[in-house]
Design a protein around this ligand. Structure first.
Ligand SMILES: *[C@@H]1O[C@H](CO)[C@@H](O)[C@H](O)[C@H]1NC(C)=O
Ligand SMILES: *[C@@H]1O[C@H](CO)[C@@H](O)[C@H](O)[C@H]1NC(C)=O
Ligand SMILES: *[C@@H]1O[C@H](CO)[C@@H](O)[C@H](O)[C@H]1NC(C)=O
Ligand SMILES: *[C@@H]1O[C@H](CO)[C@@H](O)[C@H](O)[C@H]1NC(C)=O
Length: 446
């Protein structure tokens, strides 16, 4: 269903016409028209970049073309200082715009993602993330310059979001702390609109059961069946699912069993992803699953080799003060949002390395609905072919530009509203931000 808002010209809504994607509620902010005009005017320069990234998908850590395109574009913008391949991370970048040096002010930052998925291309729409963060950063800098505001606007090029933890590597390299950011802002395409990203804490692991080969007919009693160990563990997990809450998830694939039908398999392998509400509950859930993995080994005598992959992701913690600012701007440009009370009761879905950023700095990661060229929502969601097709459409890009007005709005509010940064910090300090408990470990045991 297409959810274009029906706007009228009542209540101080200047220049809005019915069905228009970007109507304007000028009561939102004195800077409302300036931000909206800027993004309306620059979007045709960003559109070809959006398309070039979409049509040339690159996997995490290999985004050379996107990195080049985006840094070239930012270098052409007046007043921006661009560092390519920042901190030896070849496809990451930082672009900085300085405010009035005679005044103190917050450092507002945006994250631009641009990696794609194996086989599926831009089925997660990260081209739209790059476009919206670039547009929002430039619009914020424009206001900063025109109004002579203090502070800084920083745009980070953050590669390898898909399972590879690009932002975590940047956190560990102190890229964000060295730039003294006060807040981190970005948005992600989706099948509905919300200022509140509710995502799981997650870890990935690789399992190996190592058994002992034997002739399956002549001497099976000499063998240790690694495949049986894996099947037992899989079944134990399947049973555990009934006794676990829906937010404790595990999904996985068996990647190998035996290789010959008449030989007792001496190696069986699988990969799993574990998710839970937050860092603390993920640890409890992980321990329950460990018992299932071990059960397979104990019952069969196989050796369990379990490797946690580096860079599990923390759950996203949305800063409420920033989310409210986004909601005000986003509805001001014609977006519709669910009732926040109901919206925040959603269960988590998916995971992002912006979650780890949100444990280190006040952050937001709103989702914005996209549509295909014919105006339909790709309801199958991200990581599907339909979403990949939609991500390359002009209507989806228009939605990204509308979200960009909301993102820029948050930054402009922070730069121009006395006390807002204090409120954001105060909220951040009272949030229970657990440190990552299970980062990466290597376990080998019976
Ligand atoms: C316009 O924005 C103001 C300030 O956020 C808000 O109070 C008002 O309800 C908005 N008007 C409409 C019609 O949404
Ligand atoms: C980048 O790599 C070079 C060469 O390995 C090293 O000398 C330098 O210290 C590194 N810089 C950073 C910021 O890590
Ligand atoms: C354990 O599994 C990891 C990941 O699959 C593999 O790299 C490693 O070689 C394995 N170790 C042993 C002792 O089998
Ligand atoms: C709209 O476009 C999508 C993507 O090309 C397609 O899958 C879908 O069937 C189309 N829907 C209609 C109603 O034309």
């Amino acid at each position: 269903m297409l959810r274009l808002p029906v706007f009228t010209t009542l209540l101080g809504l200047a220049q809005a016409t019915a069905g228009e994607l970007h109507p304007r509620n000028v009561s939102v902010s004195p800077y409302f028209n300036a931000v909206s005009d800027f993004i309306d005017n620059i979007q045709d320069q960003i559109w070809p970049i959006n398309q070039e990234i979409h049509e040339n998908p690159e996997l995490g850590w290999e985004e050379e073309r996107a990195h080049q395109l985006l840094t070239d574009f930012m270098q052409d913008q007046e007043g921006w200082r661009v560092t390519k391949g920042v901190y030896n991370i070849s496809t990451a970048f930082v672009a900085v715009f300085d405010g009035d040096a005679n005044q103190a002010g917050p450092v507002v930052s945006f994250n631009a993602e641009y990696d794609a998925l194996p086989q599926l291309g831009h089925a997660c729409g990260h081209n739209l993330i790059a476009s919206s963060s670039v547009a929002a950063a430039l619009a914020t800098a424009k206001i900063m310059q025109e109004k002579g505001l203090g502070g800084k606007v920083v745009l980070f090029g953050t590669p390898a979001e898909e399972s590879l933890g690009g932002k975590i590597r940047m956190l560990e390299a102190n890229v964000f702390t060295d730039h003294k950011i006060d807040v981190s802002i970005m948005a992600h395409p989706s099948t509905s609109d919300t200022p509140y990203a509710i995502t799981s804490s997650t870890d990935r692991l690789d399992l190996e059961y190592i058994g002992k080969e034997a002739h399956a007919s002549a001497s099976p009693y000499e063998g240790i069946n690694a495949q049986d160990a894996l099947i037992l563990a899989y079944n134990a997990i399947s049973m555990l699912r009934q006794q676990s809450v829906s937010t404790d998830q595990i999904h996985g694939i068996i990647t190998s069993g035996g290789s010959r039908v008449n030989v007792i398999p001496n190696l069986a392998t699988a990969s799993f992803q574990i998710r839970s509400n937050d860092e603390a509950s993920l640890e409890v859930w992980t321990n329950r699953l460990m018992d299932c993995f071990e059960a397979g080994a104990i019952a069969t005598g196989a050796t369990l080799n379990l490797t946690m992959r580096p860079y599990g992701y923390a759950n996203m913690v949305t800063n409420e003060v920033m989310a409210k600012s986004y909601a005000k701007w986003f509805t001001g440009v014609g977006g519709t949002l669910p009732d926040p009370v109901v919206d925040k009761l959603r269960e988590p879905a998916g995971s992002t390395d912006q979650g780890d950023v949100s444990h280190a700095f006040p952050a937001i990661h709103p989702f914005f609905e996209i549509v295909t060229a014919n105006g339909t929502v790709p309801v199958t969601g991200p990581h599907t072919t339909a979403f990949e097709v939609a991500s390359g459409s002009r209507p989806a890009f228009e939605r990204a530009m509308r979200a960009a007005k909301g993102l820029a709005g948050v930054a402009v509010d922070i730069l121009t509203t006395d006390g807002m940064m204090d409120d954001i910090r105060e909220e951040f300090e009272t949030q229970n931000l657990a440190k990552r408990l299970v980062k990466s470990l290597y376990i080998q045991r019976r």
